[in-house]
Design a protein around this ligand. Structure first.
Ligand code: PEP
Ligand code: MN
Length: 457
Protein backbone atom coordinates (compact mmCIF):
# COMPACT_ATOMS: atom_id res chain seq x y z
CA UNK A 1 0.00 0.00 0.00
CA UNK A 2 1.33 3.46 -0.87
CA UNK A 3 1.30 6.14 1.84
CA UNK A 4 -1.79 7.62 0.23
CA UNK A 5 -3.73 4.37 0.56
CA UNK A 6 -3.48 4.58 4.31
CA UNK A 7 -4.43 8.22 4.34
CA UNK A 8 -7.65 7.53 2.45
CA UNK A 9 -9.13 5.96 5.56
CA UNK A 10 -9.08 8.29 8.56
CA UNK A 11 -12.57 9.57 7.85
CA UNK A 12 -15.60 8.55 9.85
CA UNK A 13 -19.33 8.66 9.25
CA UNK A 14 -20.48 12.28 9.23
CA UNK A 15 -22.71 13.35 12.12
CA UNK A 16 -26.48 13.30 11.71
CA UNK A 17 -26.35 12.35 8.06
CA UNK A 18 -28.57 9.91 6.16
CA UNK A 19 -29.12 9.41 2.41
CA UNK A 20 -32.35 11.40 2.79
CA UNK A 21 -31.24 14.08 5.29
CA UNK A 22 -31.06 16.55 2.36
CA UNK A 23 -34.87 16.53 2.36
CA UNK A 24 -34.91 18.82 5.41
CA UNK A 25 -32.85 21.48 3.57
CA UNK A 26 -33.86 24.05 0.96
CA UNK A 27 -33.43 22.35 -2.41
CA UNK A 28 -32.87 24.37 -5.57
CA UNK A 29 -33.42 23.27 -9.14
CA UNK A 30 -35.60 20.23 -8.40
CA UNK A 31 -38.67 19.60 -10.59
CA UNK A 32 -42.19 19.56 -9.18
CA UNK A 33 -43.64 16.16 -9.96
CA UNK A 34 -47.42 16.33 -10.35
CA UNK A 35 -48.05 12.81 -8.98
CA UNK A 36 -46.36 11.98 -5.65
CA UNK A 37 -47.53 8.35 -5.82
CA UNK A 38 -45.94 7.81 -9.22
CA UNK A 39 -42.69 9.37 -7.98
CA UNK A 40 -42.60 7.10 -4.93
CA UNK A 41 -43.24 4.03 -7.13
CA UNK A 42 -40.30 4.93 -9.37
CA UNK A 43 -37.96 5.51 -6.45
CA UNK A 44 -38.91 2.11 -4.99
CA UNK A 45 -38.11 0.51 -8.34
CA UNK A 46 -34.77 2.35 -8.58
CA UNK A 47 -33.76 1.33 -5.06
CA UNK A 48 -34.08 -2.32 -6.09
CA UNK A 49 -32.14 -2.02 -9.37
CA UNK A 50 -28.43 -2.87 -9.52
CA UNK A 51 -25.97 0.01 -9.22
CA UNK A 52 -23.94 1.33 -12.16
CA UNK A 53 -20.48 1.38 -10.58
CA UNK A 54 -18.78 -0.30 -7.63
CA UNK A 55 -17.25 1.01 -4.42
CA UNK A 56 -13.89 -0.52 -5.47
CA UNK A 57 -13.78 1.59 -8.59
CA UNK A 58 -14.83 4.67 -6.65
CA UNK A 59 -12.01 4.25 -4.14
CA UNK A 60 -9.50 3.57 -6.93
CA UNK A 61 -10.49 6.86 -8.54
CA UNK A 62 -10.20 8.65 -5.20
CA UNK A 63 -6.66 7.36 -4.96
CA UNK A 64 -5.85 8.66 -8.45
CA UNK A 65 -7.34 12.05 -7.62
CA UNK A 66 -5.20 12.13 -4.47
CA UNK A 67 -2.18 11.62 -6.73
CA UNK A 68 -3.39 14.39 -9.03
CA UNK A 69 -3.54 16.70 -6.00
CA UNK A 70 0.14 15.99 -5.50
CA UNK A 71 0.97 16.75 -9.14
CA UNK A 72 1.57 13.14 -10.09
CA UNK A 73 -1.43 12.90 -12.44
CA UNK A 74 -3.57 15.27 -14.53
CA UNK A 75 -7.38 15.05 -14.69
CA UNK A 76 -9.19 15.13 -18.02
CA UNK A 77 -12.95 15.35 -17.51
CA UNK A 78 -15.17 15.83 -20.52
CA UNK A 79 -18.38 15.04 -22.33
CA UNK A 80 -21.72 16.54 -23.28
CA UNK A 81 -23.37 19.38 -21.44
CA UNK A 82 -26.49 17.23 -21.43
CA UNK A 83 -26.67 13.67 -22.67
CA UNK A 84 -29.86 12.87 -24.50
CA UNK A 85 -31.74 9.58 -24.62
CA UNK A 86 -31.64 9.70 -28.44
CA UNK A 87 -27.86 10.02 -28.49
CA UNK A 88 -27.37 6.74 -26.63
CA UNK A 89 -26.01 5.11 -29.81
CA UNK A 90 -22.88 3.10 -30.52
CA UNK A 91 -21.51 5.80 -32.81
CA UNK A 92 -21.94 8.71 -30.40
CA UNK A 93 -20.55 6.72 -27.48
CA UNK A 94 -17.53 5.37 -29.33
CA UNK A 95 -16.70 8.71 -31.00
CA UNK A 96 -16.79 10.47 -27.65
CA UNK A 97 -14.56 7.80 -26.18
CA UNK A 98 -12.17 8.16 -29.12
CA UNK A 99 -11.77 11.90 -28.75
CA UNK A 100 -11.23 11.58 -24.99
CA UNK A 101 -8.61 8.87 -25.58
CA UNK A 102 -6.87 10.98 -28.23
CA UNK A 103 -6.83 13.99 -25.93
CA UNK A 104 -5.44 11.90 -23.10
CA UNK A 105 -2.74 10.60 -25.42
CA UNK A 106 -1.72 14.16 -26.27
CA UNK A 107 -1.69 15.06 -22.56
CA UNK A 108 0.28 11.99 -21.46
CA UNK A 109 2.82 12.55 -24.20
CA UNK A 110 3.19 16.27 -23.57
CA UNK A 111 2.99 16.36 -19.78
CA UNK A 112 4.90 13.14 -19.12
CA UNK A 113 2.46 12.08 -16.46
CA UNK A 114 -0.51 9.72 -16.31
CA UNK A 115 -3.93 11.15 -17.03
CA UNK A 116 -7.04 10.38 -14.98
CA UNK A 117 -9.80 9.95 -17.58
CA UNK A 118 -13.30 10.85 -16.46
CA UNK A 119 -16.26 11.08 -18.83
CA UNK A 120 -19.21 13.42 -18.36
CA UNK A 121 -21.46 10.56 -19.40
CA UNK A 122 -23.56 7.58 -18.35
CA UNK A 123 -25.78 9.79 -16.18
CA UNK A 124 -25.43 13.43 -17.32
CA UNK A 125 -29.18 13.67 -17.91
CA UNK A 126 -30.37 16.38 -15.45
CA UNK A 127 -29.73 20.10 -15.95
CA UNK A 128 -29.99 23.22 -13.80
CA UNK A 129 -31.65 26.16 -15.55
CA UNK A 130 -31.44 29.89 -14.99
CA UNK A 131 -35.26 30.21 -15.23
CA UNK A 132 -37.91 27.78 -13.93
CA UNK A 133 -40.23 28.48 -16.84
CA UNK A 134 -40.21 29.74 -20.39
CA UNK A 135 -42.83 31.86 -22.18
CA UNK A 136 -43.32 31.72 -25.95
CA UNK A 137 -46.20 33.56 -27.67
CA UNK A 138 -48.04 34.03 -24.38
CA UNK A 139 -47.73 30.34 -23.36
CA UNK A 140 -45.71 29.64 -20.20
CA UNK A 141 -44.33 26.14 -19.59
CA UNK A 142 -41.72 24.64 -17.23
CA UNK A 143 -38.13 24.84 -18.52
CA UNK A 144 -36.53 21.77 -20.04
CA UNK A 145 -34.40 20.22 -17.27
CA UNK A 146 -32.72 17.36 -19.09
CA UNK A 147 -34.05 14.07 -20.47
CA UNK A 148 -34.14 12.55 -17.01
CA UNK A 149 -36.85 15.08 -16.04
CA UNK A 150 -38.82 16.18 -19.13
CA UNK A 151 -38.46 16.65 -22.90
CA UNK A 152 -37.26 19.72 -24.84
CA UNK A 153 -40.31 20.17 -27.15
CA UNK A 154 -42.36 23.23 -26.20
CA UNK A 155 -45.63 21.45 -25.35
CA UNK A 156 -47.30 21.00 -21.98
CA UNK A 157 -46.99 17.23 -22.30
CA UNK A 158 -43.27 17.27 -23.08
CA UNK A 159 -42.40 19.75 -20.38
CA UNK A 160 -44.34 18.08 -17.53
CA UNK A 161 -41.80 16.30 -15.29
CA UNK A 162 -42.26 12.53 -15.58
CA UNK A 163 -40.62 10.33 -12.91
CA UNK A 164 -40.53 7.31 -15.29
CA UNK A 165 -37.74 9.16 -17.09
CA UNK A 166 -35.47 8.37 -14.13
CA UNK A 167 -35.81 4.64 -14.82
CA UNK A 168 -35.03 5.26 -18.47
CA UNK A 169 -32.00 7.38 -17.52
CA UNK A 170 -30.74 4.57 -15.29
CA UNK A 171 -31.14 2.10 -18.16
CA UNK A 172 -29.47 4.39 -20.73
CA UNK A 173 -26.61 5.03 -18.29
CA UNK A 174 -26.18 1.28 -17.80
CA UNK A 175 -26.11 0.72 -21.58
CA UNK A 176 -23.55 3.47 -22.06
CA UNK A 177 -21.40 2.13 -19.27
CA UNK A 178 -21.70 -1.42 -20.54
CA UNK A 179 -20.56 -0.42 -24.03
CA UNK A 180 -17.65 1.70 -22.76
CA UNK A 181 -16.48 -1.12 -20.48
CA UNK A 182 -16.75 -3.65 -23.31
CA UNK A 183 -14.80 -1.45 -25.73
CA UNK A 184 -12.04 -0.89 -23.23
CA UNK A 185 -11.86 -4.51 -22.12
CA UNK A 186 -11.78 -5.54 -25.78
CA UNK A 187 -8.59 -3.57 -26.46
CA UNK A 188 -10.15 -0.43 -27.99
CA UNK A 189 -7.74 1.68 -25.92
CA UNK A 190 -4.65 -0.36 -26.86
CA UNK A 191 -1.67 1.98 -27.10
CA UNK A 192 -0.12 -0.36 -29.64
CA UNK A 193 -2.89 0.67 -32.01
CA UNK A 194 -3.83 4.31 -31.52
CA UNK A 195 -4.95 4.31 -35.15
CA UNK A 196 -8.10 2.48 -33.94
CA UNK A 197 -9.18 5.75 -32.38
CA UNK A 198 -8.93 7.81 -35.52
CA UNK A 199 -12.00 9.71 -36.50
CA UNK A 200 -12.46 10.26 -40.21
CA UNK A 201 -11.36 13.91 -39.99
CA UNK A 202 -7.80 13.10 -38.91
CA UNK A 203 -6.62 12.91 -42.51
CA UNK A 204 -7.64 16.46 -43.44
CA UNK A 205 -7.63 18.47 -40.23
CA UNK A 206 -5.24 21.41 -39.86
CA UNK A 207 -4.05 19.64 -36.69
CA UNK A 208 -3.56 16.26 -38.35
CA UNK A 209 0.20 16.50 -38.88
CA UNK A 210 0.96 17.48 -35.31
CA UNK A 211 -1.24 14.68 -33.99
CA UNK A 212 0.26 12.11 -36.38
CA UNK A 213 3.80 13.04 -35.36
CA UNK A 214 2.87 12.55 -31.74
CA UNK A 215 1.28 9.16 -32.40
CA UNK A 216 4.40 8.06 -34.28
CA UNK A 217 6.64 9.21 -31.44
CA UNK A 218 4.57 7.22 -28.96
CA UNK A 219 4.60 4.16 -31.20
CA UNK A 220 8.41 4.42 -31.47
CA UNK A 221 8.74 4.73 -27.70
CA UNK A 222 6.55 1.68 -27.12
CA UNK A 223 8.46 -0.41 -29.66
CA UNK A 224 11.78 0.75 -28.20
CA UNK A 225 10.75 -0.27 -24.68
CA UNK A 226 9.49 -3.61 -25.94
CA UNK A 227 12.70 -4.25 -27.84
CA UNK A 228 14.71 -3.47 -24.72
CA UNK A 229 12.69 -5.71 -22.46
CA UNK A 230 12.21 -8.40 -25.12
CA UNK A 231 8.49 -8.67 -24.49
CA UNK A 232 5.25 -6.89 -25.12
CA UNK A 233 4.19 -4.33 -22.55
CA UNK A 234 0.80 -5.70 -21.61
CA UNK A 235 -0.61 -2.98 -19.44
CA UNK A 236 -0.65 -0.67 -22.44
CA UNK A 237 -3.68 -2.40 -23.84
CA UNK A 238 -6.19 -1.03 -21.40
CA UNK A 239 -6.84 2.19 -19.55
CA UNK A 240 -9.06 3.15 -16.66
CA UNK A 241 -12.10 5.19 -17.51
CA UNK A 242 -14.39 6.71 -14.92
CA UNK A 243 -17.77 8.43 -15.10
CA UNK A 244 -19.16 11.60 -13.62
CA UNK A 245 -22.30 13.72 -13.77
CA UNK A 246 -23.86 16.66 -11.99
CA UNK A 247 -25.78 14.97 -9.17
CA UNK A 248 -28.65 17.40 -9.42
CA UNK A 249 -31.77 15.27 -9.19
CA UNK A 250 -31.44 14.26 -5.56
CA UNK A 251 -34.34 11.78 -5.40
CA UNK A 252 -32.56 9.73 -8.10
CA UNK A 253 -29.15 10.04 -6.45
CA UNK A 254 -30.61 9.02 -3.09
CA UNK A 255 -32.14 5.89 -4.63
CA UNK A 256 -28.71 4.86 -5.94
CA UNK A 257 -26.96 5.59 -2.61
CA UNK A 258 -26.07 2.26 -1.09
CA UNK A 259 -24.08 0.45 1.55
CA UNK A 260 -21.84 -2.36 0.38
CA UNK A 261 -20.55 -5.43 2.21
CA UNK A 262 -16.84 -4.69 2.37
CA UNK A 263 -16.58 -0.93 2.76
CA UNK A 264 -18.07 1.16 5.53
CA UNK A 265 -20.32 4.15 4.89
CA UNK A 266 -22.51 5.11 1.97
CA UNK A 267 -21.59 5.32 -1.71
CA UNK A 268 -23.39 6.98 -4.58
CA UNK A 269 -23.27 4.04 -6.98
CA UNK A 270 -24.82 5.89 -9.94
CA UNK A 271 -21.42 7.35 -10.88
CA UNK A 272 -17.83 7.41 -9.70
CA UNK A 273 -17.42 11.14 -9.39
CA UNK A 274 -20.54 13.30 -8.85
CA UNK A 275 -20.28 17.09 -8.82
CA UNK A 276 -22.35 19.95 -7.43
CA UNK A 277 -23.21 22.62 -9.99
CA UNK A 278 -22.69 26.30 -9.40
CA UNK A 279 -26.40 26.96 -8.87
CA UNK A 280 -26.82 24.38 -6.11
CA UNK A 281 -23.61 24.88 -4.13
CA UNK A 282 -25.00 26.87 -1.15
CA UNK A 283 -23.40 25.52 1.96
CA UNK A 284 -26.74 25.13 3.79
CA UNK A 285 -28.60 23.73 0.82
CA UNK A 286 -29.86 20.24 0.08
CA UNK A 287 -27.15 19.32 -2.42
CA UNK A 288 -24.23 20.07 -0.11
CA UNK A 289 -26.04 18.16 2.66
CA UNK A 290 -26.39 15.10 0.42
CA UNK A 291 -22.79 15.25 -0.81
CA UNK A 292 -21.26 15.62 2.62
CA UNK A 293 -22.22 12.07 3.57
CA UNK A 294 -21.21 9.97 0.58
CA UNK A 295 -17.77 8.42 0.29
CA UNK A 296 -17.23 9.16 -3.41
CA UNK A 297 -14.67 11.72 -4.45
CA UNK A 298 -16.79 14.83 -5.09
CA UNK A 299 -16.38 18.06 -7.03
CA UNK A 300 -17.95 21.49 -6.74
CA UNK A 301 -18.19 24.15 -9.44
CA UNK A 302 -16.89 27.49 -8.20
CA UNK A 303 -18.14 30.60 -10.00
CA UNK A 304 -17.06 34.24 -9.91
CA UNK A 305 -19.47 35.21 -7.11
CA UNK A 306 -17.93 32.85 -4.50
CA UNK A 307 -16.08 34.66 -1.69
CA UNK A 308 -12.98 33.13 -0.03
CA UNK A 309 -14.74 32.68 3.34
CA UNK A 310 -17.70 30.94 1.75
CA UNK A 311 -15.34 28.61 -0.09
CA UNK A 312 -13.50 27.68 3.12
CA UNK A 313 -16.83 26.89 4.83
CA UNK A 314 -17.80 24.69 1.94
CA UNK A 315 -14.49 22.84 2.18
CA UNK A 316 -15.07 22.36 5.94
CA UNK A 317 -18.44 20.79 5.31
CA UNK A 318 -17.43 18.61 2.36
CA UNK A 319 -14.01 17.51 3.54
CA UNK A 320 -13.78 18.13 7.31
CA UNK A 321 -10.88 15.69 7.76
CA UNK A 322 -8.87 16.88 4.79
CA UNK A 323 -9.01 13.46 3.19
CA UNK A 324 -6.76 13.14 0.10
CA UNK A 325 -8.63 12.77 -3.18
CA UNK A 326 -11.95 13.67 -1.63
CA UNK A 327 -12.54 17.20 -2.93
CA UNK A 328 -12.08 18.77 -6.36
CA UNK A 329 -12.84 22.44 -6.98
CA UNK A 330 -13.74 23.22 -10.59
CA UNK A 331 -13.39 26.94 -11.18
CA UNK A 332 -15.37 28.46 -14.03
CA UNK A 333 -14.81 32.19 -13.93
CA UNK A 334 -14.77 33.29 -17.57
CA UNK A 335 -11.75 34.68 -19.43
CA UNK A 336 -12.78 38.22 -18.49
CA UNK A 337 -12.99 37.57 -14.73
CA UNK A 338 -10.52 34.85 -13.84
CA UNK A 339 -7.55 37.17 -13.21
CA UNK A 340 -9.58 39.12 -10.65
CA UNK A 341 -11.69 36.35 -9.09
CA UNK A 342 -9.44 33.32 -8.87
CA UNK A 343 -6.32 34.54 -6.98
CA UNK A 344 -8.15 35.42 -3.71
CA UNK A 345 -9.63 31.90 -3.64
CA UNK A 346 -6.29 30.24 -4.36
CA UNK A 347 -4.64 32.29 -1.61
CA UNK A 348 -7.32 31.51 0.96
CA UNK A 349 -7.20 27.77 0.33
CA UNK A 350 -3.41 27.65 0.27
CA UNK A 351 -3.04 29.76 3.43
CA UNK A 352 -5.48 27.50 5.25
CA UNK A 353 -3.54 24.45 4.10
CA UNK A 354 -6.61 22.73 2.62
CA UNK A 355 -6.07 19.82 0.31
CA UNK A 356 -8.06 20.19 -2.90
CA UNK A 357 -7.63 19.33 -6.56
CA UNK A 358 -7.98 22.52 -8.62
CA UNK A 359 -9.54 22.03 -12.04
CA UNK A 360 -10.42 24.63 -14.69
CA UNK A 361 -13.72 24.57 -16.57
CA UNK A 362 -13.04 27.16 -19.30
CA UNK A 363 -16.49 26.64 -20.83
CA UNK A 364 -19.21 27.90 -18.50
CA UNK A 365 -17.90 31.39 -17.80
CA UNK A 366 -17.57 32.06 -21.54
CA UNK A 367 -21.07 31.48 -22.85
CA UNK A 368 -22.66 34.12 -25.07
CA UNK A 369 -25.56 34.42 -27.51
CA UNK A 370 -24.93 35.36 -31.14
CA UNK A 371 -27.00 37.84 -33.17
CA UNK A 372 -28.66 34.92 -34.90
CA UNK A 373 -29.76 33.49 -31.53
CA UNK A 374 -27.25 30.67 -30.88
CA UNK A 375 -25.81 30.03 -27.46
CA UNK A 376 -22.11 29.70 -28.20
CA UNK A 377 -18.55 30.05 -26.88
CA UNK A 378 -15.49 31.45 -28.59
CA UNK A 379 -12.54 29.09 -28.79
CA UNK A 380 -10.23 32.06 -28.17
CA UNK A 381 -11.91 32.78 -24.81
CA UNK A 382 -11.78 29.13 -23.79
CA UNK A 383 -8.06 28.98 -24.62
CA UNK A 384 -7.43 32.31 -22.91
CA UNK A 385 -9.13 31.24 -19.68
CA UNK A 386 -7.09 28.04 -19.64
CA UNK A 387 -3.81 29.87 -20.22
CA UNK A 388 -4.63 32.38 -17.50
CA UNK A 389 -5.57 29.55 -15.16
CA UNK A 390 -2.12 27.96 -15.53
CA UNK A 391 -0.42 31.33 -15.00
CA UNK A 392 -2.52 32.33 -11.99
CA UNK A 393 -1.95 28.99 -10.26
CA UNK A 394 1.79 29.26 -10.87
CA UNK A 395 1.81 32.80 -9.44
CA UNK A 396 -0.19 31.72 -6.38
CA UNK A 397 1.96 28.68 -5.61
CA UNK A 398 -0.93 26.30 -6.27
CA UNK A 399 -1.33 23.70 -9.03
CA UNK A 400 -3.86 23.40 -11.82
CA UNK A 401 -4.44 19.66 -11.77
CA UNK A 402 -6.99 19.17 -14.50
CA UNK A 403 -9.54 20.44 -17.00
CA UNK A 404 -13.29 20.06 -17.29
CA UNK A 405 -14.68 20.41 -20.83
CA UNK A 406 -17.90 20.12 -22.78
CA UNK A 407 -17.13 18.23 -25.95
CA UNK A 408 -18.36 15.64 -28.37
CA UNK A 409 -16.81 13.27 -30.89
CA UNK A 410 -19.29 14.46 -33.53
CA UNK A 411 -18.67 17.04 -36.25
CA UNK A 412 -20.88 19.71 -34.66
CA UNK A 413 -20.56 23.48 -35.10
CA UNK A 414 -21.49 24.90 -31.72
CA UNK A 415 -18.38 26.82 -30.56
CA UNK A 416 -16.83 29.60 -32.67
CA UNK A 417 -13.22 29.67 -33.85
CA UNK A 418 -10.59 26.95 -33.53
CA UNK A 419 -8.22 25.71 -36.22
CA UNK A 420 -11.04 25.71 -38.77
CA UNK A 421 -12.15 29.19 -37.68
CA UNK A 422 -15.87 28.48 -37.39
CA UNK A 423 -18.00 31.60 -37.82
CA UNK A 424 -21.52 32.58 -36.75
CA UNK A 425 -22.84 31.37 -40.11
CA UNK A 426 -21.22 27.94 -39.53
CA UNK A 427 -23.26 27.52 -36.33
CA UNK A 428 -26.37 26.95 -38.47
CA UNK A 429 -24.80 23.92 -40.14
CA UNK A 430 -24.61 21.44 -37.26
CA UNK A 431 -25.81 22.91 -33.98
CA UNK A 432 -27.17 19.87 -32.11
CA UNK A 433 -26.83 20.52 -28.36
CA UNK A 434 -30.08 20.89 -26.45
CA UNK A 435 -28.36 22.96 -23.75
CA UNK A 436 -24.76 24.27 -23.89
CA UNK A 437 -22.42 24.44 -26.92
CA UNK A 438 -19.71 21.75 -27.07
CA UNK A 439 -16.27 21.66 -28.59
CA UNK A 440 -16.27 19.41 -31.63
CA UNK A 441 -13.60 16.70 -31.86
CA UNK A 442 -11.17 18.99 -33.63
CA UNK A 443 -11.55 21.86 -31.18
CA UNK A 444 -11.28 19.41 -28.28
CA UNK A 445 -8.00 18.03 -29.54
CA UNK A 446 -6.77 21.57 -30.07
CA UNK A 447 -7.47 22.30 -26.40
CA UNK A 448 -5.35 19.29 -25.44
CA UNK A 449 -2.50 20.56 -27.62
CA UNK A 450 -2.81 24.03 -26.12
CA UNK A 451 -2.56 22.62 -22.60
CA UNK A 452 0.58 20.74 -23.54
CA UNK A 453 2.12 23.84 -25.07
CA UNK A 454 1.33 25.78 -21.93
CA UNK A 455 2.24 23.14 -19.45
CA UNK A 456 4.25 20.47 -21.28
CA UNK A 457 7.14 18.82 -19.48
C1 PEP B 1 -22.58 22.30 -16.49
O1 PEP B 1 -21.50 21.81 -16.12
O2 PEP B 1 -23.20 21.92 -17.51
C2 PEP B 1 -23.12 23.43 -15.72
C3 PEP B 1 -24.40 23.74 -15.70
O3 PEP B 1 -22.13 24.11 -15.09
P1 PEP B 1 -22.17 25.21 -13.93
O4 PEP B 1 -22.85 24.58 -12.76
O5 PEP B 1 -20.72 25.47 -13.74
O6 PEP B 1 -22.91 26.39 -14.49
MN1 MN C 1 -23.13 22.99 -19.54
Amino acid sequence: MSPIDRRLHPVRLPDAWAPDSWRARPARQLPQYPDAGALEGVLRELRALPPLVTSWEILALKQQLAEAQEGRRFLLQGGDCAESFDACTSEVISNRLKVLLQMSLVLVHGMRKPVVRVGRFAGQYAKPRSADSETIDGLTLPSYRGDMVNAPAFTAEARTPDPRRMVKAHARSAMTMNFVRALIDGGFADLHHPEYWNLSWVGHSPLADEYRRMVEAIGDAVRFMETLSGEEIHNLNRVDFYTSHEALLLPYEEALTRQVPRHWGWFNLSTHFPWIGMRTADVDGAHVEYFRGIRNPVAVKVGPSVAPDALLRLIDVLNPEDEPGRLTLIHRMGAAHIAERLPPLLDAVRRDGRRVLWVCDPMHGNTETTRNGYKTRRFANIGRELELAFELHAAAGTRLGGVHLELTGEDVTECLGGARELTETDLERAYCSTVDPRLNYEQALEVAMLIVRKHGA
